[in-house]
Write a protein that binds this ligand. Sequence first.
Ligand code: NOJ
Ligand code: MG
Length: 536
Amino acid sequence: MTQELAPTLRDQSAAPSAGWWRDAVIYQVYVRSFADSDGDGIGDLRGVRERLPHLADLGVDAVWLTPFYASPQADGGYDVADYRSVDPLFGELSDADDLVREAHRLGLRVIVDIVPNHTSDQHAWFRAAVDGGPDAPERALYHFRPGRGPDGDLPPNDWESVFGGPAWTRTDAGDWYLHLFAPEQPDLNWEHPAVREEFESILRFWLDLGVDGFRIDVAHGMVKAEGLPDIGLREQAKMIGAQVLPFFDQDGVHEIHRSWRLLLDSYEGQRIGVAEAWAPTSERLALYVRPDELHQAFNFQFLTCAWDAAAMRQVIDSSLAATASVGAPTTWVLSNHDVVRHTTRYGGGAQGLRRARAAALLTLALPGSAYLYQGEELGLPEVADLPDGVRQDPAFFRGDGQDGLRDGCRVPIPWSGTAAPYGFGPGASWLPQPAAWAGLSVEAQTGDPRSMLELYRSALALRKELSGLGDGGMEWLPAPEGVLVFSRPGVVCTLNTLAEEVELPVPGRPVLSSGALEFGGGAVRLPGETCVWWAV
Ligand code: NOJ
Ligand code: MG
């Protein structure tokens, strides 16, 4: 399985000092909801391959594929039963190979998800641990503990699952096992050398197949505080949370990431690791991207930032300062498969869309690398009114306490046509698509200069043309309250976060705007919630 690199990829790897990831735009494909080739209503690897031209045309540099490995799908594939095989839902191993080759041919790199914190409860190790009874050696690969109370019928400690309920489930043998997520996702014991060895071997398997890197799921969770101490506070961990907890962001995880970096660096072609890590501060997060650790970490502080100029500026500054302190690039992300889509978070309707357009230009003008979530280039809103019967998010079945259920951001994306499934596949999609999505399809938006899709296409094309965007520095320029103005080499970016228009001196030649501009007397009237790029 050789890697066929397109000329663009070859050129970049010839200049190792730069590092392609430092300013890459990486598009997240939620495989189950991207494109269905076989009509079972579930997106698959062949579907992704057939739609790669859309991504090349959009102008992104890489794709990140969410887990497509053999899995009972208790958590959308983040419950892996066999890390080296493709689930029949998504295809077979040769489809993964074909996809990687075709992406490379089109000049796109491919990052795959790796899920090291937990396996599926159907993984051979966990089956052996449970079926073999209390003395099974495989029990040491996970966290099995006796219960508390006279009969051992209370969980070993007070930890709660991110999806709600206790983080422990009792076995028939009477002891308990730890799962920070669903009971079908038992946590691995990373103190056990066999776990470390197995994951190095899994990483090699996919690197040998030609992937360009890994998005590391729960990269902050593999190591737990010694003795699994009680938390004492009753507020449980949240998806994308920032609490200080004995099972997240422990110093011990860094040793694992350092060993993975050595492994990645032993391959040619600048293979990368990106941490999905929830850390309490930008400084703690920066530890994951020290020079001998991972290449990138998702910047969830930016994702969770309110629509407020001062707050945005503060997050931008602290993110840049933290990553600069370790020489890493910052990443920017507005949406993913775990959060409410940002057009909806920003208020929904016309306002949400206006802000999302402006936020896209802000994100793509900032120094560093950006992650896009499939469908944001179409301006898709969250689907709030899914019937309970179709929901699959494990959090939905495990009680309340969560900010949001995650199915509404996972509805299959519309490609073409006027009726569902809008070109997603030959049959009805696993989650129903709203009727209003006919107007949001790739086909409907293509060629319409006012569409979200054409805004993203223009922005990504300009990002390649204007060499000052991407990696490098930025400087804040004076601006009225509610407005952000900053310069990058050769470019000025102005964002008006206020609802009302503001008048500013014209900073240069407008090259892209998320809204209509009016000029007069050397000034520009910037409409409310609008972002503009100016060439200077
Ligand atoms: C983070 C993933 O993004 C999410 O979808 C998953 O449920 C958890 N990790 C557990 O694997
Ligand atoms: Mg399918």
